[in-house]
Design a protein around this ligand. Structure first.
Ligand SMILES: Cc1ncc(COP(=O)(O)O)c(C=O)c1O
Length: 377
């Protein structure tokens, strides 16, 4: 792991516990962007064919990260919201169709379904605050349910769902299973085949350690042509370089969702960040992250007045821990932590900590010690 510490160069004294929001980049992503900028300065796009090789490598890395059997199922998108919109506005809806979501979803995975109201689509929000959330979600699926859309890990509470069970249940009842994977991809292994999902999406700027503005959309092959397209351009065509050609058809691969020029700058950075995750290996990343979350959780639990709002069972969480401290308003606590260089977030009625696999012990120890002082004050 010491080699890994060399990949991160966060400022002295900074305590970065905010990977569930926007992550710092590793050095290799920073270098990739710097050298891309230099190349553009001196050579423009003379090396474009080499850029395409990196873009292809990125697609391959994403396919492996999702365990997609082919890059043909992978589209590069702007963000999670865009991919969710491709699904929501790509499917053909009938009045009375239902979509099942949870009552804890980030707005991206709620608003997009509510926006289908004009087609007569009804959204059922299922409470996850029950002993068996997967059972509740599956029980909400009736004869009119077309799709279930759920975050793999809830953004505020950090609750991780049993995606395999949900995917299996959806398959059995003929419901399309859509997974907002942004809070899991890059933190824990993720496997579109094992969970039998129809669609999955995530942006690169959280656990994947990439920049904002470049994400991944997995669309199962047999569903690709069922999604109506709403964005057209040269890049999404079956023959994208054949500019003189009059006839055209959308690409047979998921590139059909990429209308025009790619986000090449983002691709340089994300490809580099993912190379690090692949070198470490997702099993190892998950193990190291799990140790850090457990360490934080144990430390928080020993501080008088701390109420942990996240699930305590390791199988029920990924990289997010949410808590409150008696005697402190969340806003005041958040501001005090920020003043002490603890970078975290205020979410879901508490303070959200989200370390990553490389987070140094110092960061955790110092943060816990600060909170102990605040609890005593
Ligand atoms: C569960 C979840 N979905 C989606 C998003 C945002 O998605 P994007 O900005 O990639 O559209 C977030 C960001 O916090 C999130 O936590």
């Amino acid at each position: 792991m010491s080699l890994l510490q060399d990949e991160f160069a966060q400022a002295d004294g900074l305590r970065y516990l905010n990977h569930a929001a926007v992550a710092p980049w590793p050095k290799r992503a920073t270098r990739a962007v710097q050298s891309f900028a230099e190349e553009n300065l001196h050579l423009g796009a003379r090396g474009y064919p080499d850029w395409l090789i990196i873009e292809r490598r990125l697609r391959e890395r994403l396919a492996r990260l999702l365990n997609s059997s082919t890059t043909a199922d992978i589209a590069l998108v702007k963000n999670t919201s865009e991919a969710l919109s491709f699904v929501a506005f790509g499917l053909d809806w009938a009045t009375g169709d239902q979509v099942v979501i949870s009552d804890q979803e980030f707005p991206s995975n709620r608003v997009v379904w509510e926006a289908l109201k004009r087609f007569g689509v009804e959204v059922l929000q299922v409470s996850l605050d029950v002993p068996d959330p997967e059972g509740a979600l599956l029980a909400a699926c009736g004869p009119r349910t077309r799709l279930m859309s759920i975050s793999a890990v809830q953004y505020a509470s950090g609750l991780r769902l049993d995606l395999q069970r949900l995917g299996h249940g959806c398959r059995q009842s003929g419901v399309l299973f859509c997974v907002d994977a942004i809070q899991q991809l890059g933190a824990l292994p993720f496997d579109v085949q094992a969970i039998d999902c129809a669609f999955a999406m995530a942006d690169g700027h959280k656990w994947m350690l990439g920049p904002e503005g470049l994400g991944v959309f997995y669309c199962r092959s047999d569903l690709r042509e069922q999604l109506k397209l709403h964005e057209y351009g040269w890049h999404m065509l079956e023959h994208p370089g054949d500019y003189e050609r009059a006839d055209w058809e959308p690409s047979r691969t998921a590139r059909r969702f990429e209308c025009g020029s790619p986000n090449m700058l983002g691709a340089m950075a994300l490809e580099a960040s993912l190379s690090l995750l692949e070198e470490v290996g997702m099993e190892q990343v998950a193990l190291a992250l799990g140790e850090r979350v457990q360490w934080l959780q144990d430390g928080l639990a020993r501080i008088p007045g701390v109420q942990l709002l996240s699930p305590l069972d390791p199988v029920r969480r990924a990289g997010i821990l949410n808590f409150r401290l008696d005697g402190w308003e969340n806003q005041a606590l958040f501001e005090r932590l920020r003043a002490e260089q603890v970078v975290c977030a205020q979410r879901g009625g508490g303070i959200r900590f989200s370390p990553h696999f490389y987070t140094q012990p110092r960061v955790i120890e110092e943060t816990l010690s600060l909170l102990r002082q605040m609890a005593d004050a």
